[in-house]
Design a binder for this molecule. Structure first.
Ligand SMILES: C[S@@+](CC[C@H](N)C(=O)[O-])C[C@H]1O[C@@H](n2cnc3c(N)ncnc32)[C@H](O)[C@@H]1O
Length: 214
């Protein structure tokens, strides 16, 4: 994500009711935050929010939480939400580095979306990939019931790395495709990065990873 520093972005997003301050105080209580018992799906690295905002609009029966680590990126998402006539009530945003995810959630998430995550191509940065064994381990305790991780990417190396990483960690893979647009799923909500890659003709890779929590 090309980042332009936006002066005042931090202060601006702090005032948005979408952006949760001190999310660690809500740990184990996210359903109370939404005032319902609906499943909670999160997107890690939501960028400017195209995907998660559309998902929240399309699925009022699901609660969504977008995680992103940069103020100026969240600022753009908040601006988009403010322009909507019927902004979704089932959406929250958390500004944090996902390495801290265990301080914020415990046994309450039903699905993680990882869309066009940074590939971190150098081996010495492998543990920063959002599908590294270190991240998969962190995710384990945030799930309620079956673990579900849905991934889309343009990046071949990240995709093969992720497949290996999921298999090593005992996940079952379903609906794996190396060319999503020639194997279209029922509902594909485009992300901002996805629309750019599709325009360039890059093949989009997608998978669903499942693991039962014992
Ligand atoms: C390449 S962009 C993709 C954005 C969006 N998902 C899309 O498909 O358009 C990756 C985003 O993930 C965020 N990100 C990367 N690592 C993260 C982490 N550890 N915690 C939170 N956000 C992260 C980056 O700041 C960036 O906005």
């Amino acid at each position: 994500m090309r980042l332009k520093n936006i002066p005042g972005a931090g202060e601006y997003i702090e005032k948005s009711h979408y952006v949760i301050q001190n999310p660690e105080k809500i740990k184990s209580n996210w359903n109370n935050e939404f005032k319902n018992t609906n499943p909670i799906h999160i997107e890690i690295g939501m960028g400017r929010g195209d995907f998660i905002i559309k998902m929240a609009i399309n699925h009022p029966e699901i609660n969504y939480i977008g995680i992103e680590m940069y103020d100026s990126v969240i600022f753009k998402a908040v601006k988009k939400l403010e322009k909507l006539e019927n902004a979704p009530v089932n959406l929250r945003i958390i500004r944090m580095d996902a390495t801290e995810i265990n301080s914020v959630f415990e046994k309450e998430i039903s699905r993680i979306y990882l869309n066009f995550s940074d590939p971190w191509p150098k081996a010495k940065h492998a543990k920063r990939r959002l599908t590294s064994p270190q991240f998969l381990e962190r995710y384990t305790s945030i799930f309620k019931g079956e673990q579900q991780i849905f991934q889309k990417t343009d990046n071949d190396s990240l995709f093969s790395y992720s497949i290996e990483s999921f298999k090593e960690a005992g996940f079952r893979l379903e609906n794996v495709t190396y060319d999503l647009y020639n194997n279209m799923i029922e509902e594909n909500v485009q992300t901002e990065y996805e629309s750019k890659f599709v325009e360039k003709g890059t093949k989009i890779k997608r998978l669903e990873a499942y693991k039962t929590n014992y």
